[in-house]
Design a protein around this ligand. Structure first.
Ligand code: 5GP
Length: 188
């Protein structure tokens, strides 16, 4: 996706440890026009599937997921990182966060992830794939079917794709970063 690649090169910032900062247009301040184009791309890639629900994880996945769900006219559900007292029938799993270097629980209500769901998971980044593996665990526990996973940005050198493809998952990324060493952003 050329628009996204250009924006990453123009406004993305590289941090120590292979972290790309895109918080001026994706995950803090957001560019809704770019986010709509991201949604259009996900629709283009997954329109021919039997997806009937969009799933994401809070917070940075919500914007691309809601755009995709809006364009496909499908419901959107997000896995939560904290368990509110009001949530019922929960499924839960643990995820290791690479940016925060700690474990956290993600949860979802069985009311919104069911064996009738054919799920497209959408998120901002694919790095080591830990968040995505946690989502696969929730989907398996719920009895839902995973159609595919779409990421705005994939960092190929952190090998999340390999882990997901080994599980038989279809992975689509809109921009692939091949290298961030010496604080130079190399977009494929
Ligand atoms: P993974 O579980 O694949 O290692 O990492 C995925 C999650 O970590 C994403 O949902 C994203 O929130 C965060 N993340 C991973 N790498 C980066 C990065 O380079 N920049 C930012 N801003 N977030 C990242």
């Amino acid at each position: 996706m050329d628009l996204l690649k250009k924006r990453i090169l123009q406004d993305g910032k590289c941090f120590e440890g292979g972290i790309l900062k895109v918080d001026s247009f994706i995950n803090h301040q957001m560019d809704p026009v770019l986010m709509k184009s991201i949604g259009v791309e996900f629709v283009r890639k997954f329109a021919a599937t039997n997806v009937n629900k969009i799933m994401t994880i809070e917070a940075s996945g919500i914007a691309p997921a809601i755009m995709t769900g809006y364009l496909m006219d499908l419901p959107v559900v997000f896995a939560k990182k904290k368990s509110p007292k009001t949530i019922e029938n929960i499924l839960t799993t643990k995820v290791h966060s690479f940016t925060k270097d700690r474990e956290y629980d993600i949860i979802i209500s069985k009311d919104y992830l069911t064996p009738n769901d054919n799920v497209l998971f959408v998120d901002d980044f694919l790095a080591y794939g830990n968040a995505a593996l946690g989502i696969i665990d929730l989907i398996e526990k719920s009895g839902a079917n995973l159609v595919g996973m779409g990421f705005i940005i994939e960092k190929s050198f952190q090998e999340g794709r390999k882990k997901l493809e080994e599980r038989g998952v279809r992975v689509e990324s809109l921009a692939i970063i091949d290298d961030l060493s010496h604080c130079q952003i190399k977009v494929r």
